[in-house]
Design a protein around this ligand. Sequence first.
Ligand SMILES: Nc1ncnc2c1ncn2[C@@H]1O[C@H](COP(=O)(O)OP(=O)(O)OP(=O)(O)O)[C@@H](O)[C@H]1O
Length: 206
Amino acid sequence: MLDIDIQLRLGRFEREVRIVEDARVLALTGPSGAGKTSVLNAIAGLARPARGRIAIDERVLFDSAARIDVPTHRRRIGYVFQEPRLFPDRDVRANLSYGRHGARAGSTAFELDPVVALLGIGHLLARRPEHLSGGEAQRVAIGRALLSQPAILLFDEPLSALDQARREELIPWLQKVRDEVRLPMVYVSHTQDDVRRLADAVHVLA
Ligand SMILES: Nc1ncnc2c1ncn2[C@@H]1O[C@H](COP(=O)(O)OP(=O)(O)OP(=O)(O)O)[C@@H](O)[C@H]1O
């Protein structure tokens, strides 16, 4: 359950966002500049709303009235960006291990071997990111996010930097993650096709 009621303020951009949603996989759509990334950043604790409240499954991450602002590293957020943002000088295995740095001790819902199997990246472990296709790199980025032991996955247009063929390749992996890890997901996109294929519900930021 995602329960968001916030006021975003970034420079001259200002808007109220209210999202109360029970669906496990929520797509956030809307035109460029509507504030989609800003909402993800507010959930992740990377941007602080001017006021309001953010809770996930009753866990309060931010509440300006109660002076609650859980630091990013304690929010248990797995964030997948438009670009994979892997370390270029480290192989895939080292990039995946990096995800574990963000994990709290003792929480091991996601272990390396099952995550590697889930994403079909076992044959890529010794490769550097420059030798990965865009879609493979995104699968590694998703693996890294899972190994940080998140309570929710945030996706910010993970297909937008890929060409059509690579998008088609990645969508079934996203569907597999959705179906097998069973975490809440917020998926930002402005293309209808992937939203229809991935999300249970859609919230439009107009
Ligand atoms: N750090 C900032 N300072 C000032 N304005 C900002 C900042 N970050 C974002 N904005 C503005 O806030 C608005 C919302 O931006 P945001 O990136 O959240 O939109 P978006 O819906 O994700 O857009 P897109 O689909 O293009 O990624 C935009 O008008 C943007 O220019």
